[in-house]
Design a protein around this ligand. Structure first.
Ligand SMILES: [Zn+2]
Length: 313
């Protein structure tokens, strides 16, 4: 454990814990007191970080309103308002999205499908630029107020930066801005195909975010809409089980992959995880939630939510 103020390793462990069960320390060099999540995004949050991580994951993944989540956790005795869910989402989503984006570097194909879809923000429409590769893996997503050359260029710049890949071929629906944006941002050798019919797979892929936005009754600001759309698409891509289009994935494999990638995998004790992987158990009964909450959170989030607390308040 390092001191978050002076990075010194000369820290002394203190006997008492914080209200959420995190260990406390005192720095021997600068004398400051801190606890296990002092340097993290959720310092001073009302609940243990892994509870909050679960709330945010469900918010991004499932079609739940802010109030639905507050109500669902109320059943387990965790009391917070829908405003708290909004706050937590604003704090964790950018970090989660960034983490997942870094993992994608160099992992997409060289044939991209690019299109825009509409998202309702504060009563008006915004353009959500999205791109996937031939196998259906996410290339990039960007929200823009306008549908023009500047937006198309910004999108290709971002896509190239995040994936570290220059495509050989780009398929679009034929909007006027694309040929020039592709030429200037990706290079002259990139083949540009325009076909509404070939872009069908991407039109289908828009369903994910369109369906998720419907129960939200419109987003309130462009900034929060962008944050949400990016977080949602990154998580959806991370939890995808197929690695190519039309690939058959058996129910057992799907279950195992979902368990492994999502928080549910982290919830299971290691022997149960191993048995599940080997197919020895088909339906592991989950532990009581109180125990589950004390366990570590999903791997990409674990880095910034801090260590697991010993007890849940
Ligand atoms: Zn210090």
């Amino acid at each position: 454990m390092r001191c978050p103020a002076c990075r010194s390793t000369a820290v002394r462990h203190r006997s008492e814990r914080t209200a959420q069960g995190y260990r406390r320390f005192r720095c021997g060099d600068c004398g400051k007191q801190f606890n296990e999540r002092s340097a993290g995004l959720l310092n001073r949050a009302q609940y243990p970080s892994d509870v909050i991580a679960l709330v945010v994951l469900w918010r991004l993944r499932y079609k739940l309103s802010l109030r639905d989540l507050a109500e669902m956790f109320l059943i387990r005795g965790l009391v917070f308002s829908y405003e708290a869910v909004r706050d937590w989402e604003a704090k964790l989503t950018p970090a989660l999205a960034e983490n997942l984006r870094r993992r994608r570097k160099g992992k997409v194909g060289r044939s991209w499908y690019v299109d825009e879809t509409y998202i309702r923000v504060r009563g008006g429409w915004r353009y959500l630029y999205r791109a996937i590769d031939r196998a259906g893996a996410l290339v990039d997503v960007m929200l823009s107020e306008h549908r023009d050359l500047a937006a198309a260029k910004a999108f290709f710049r971002s896509a190239k930066a995040v994936t570290g890949v220059t495509p050989d071929r780009v398929t679009t629906d034929g909007h006027d801005a694309y040929p020039r944006a592709i030429r200037t941002e990706l290079g002259r050798h990139v083949r540009h195909r325009t076909s509404r019919y070939l872009n069908n797979r991407l039109e289908q892929d828009h369903r994910g975010i369109k369906g998720r936005c419907r129960p939200m009754l419109g987003l309130k600001s462009t900034g929060s809409a962008w944050r949400y759309c990016r977080g949602h698409d990154e998580l959806r891509n991370f939890l995808r089980c197929r690695s190519r289009m039309r690939q058959h994935v058996s129910a057992a494999t799907r279950r195992w992959q979902h368990m492994r990638r999502s928080l549910f995998g982290a919830m299971l004790p290691i022997p149960a995880r191993e048995q599940l992987r080997q197919g020895a158990i088909r339906d592991p009964s989950p532990e009581p939630l109180a125990t589950v909450f004390r366990r570590a959170a999903i791997a990409p989030i674990a880095a910034f939510v801090g260590r697991e607390p010993r007890r849940c308040s």
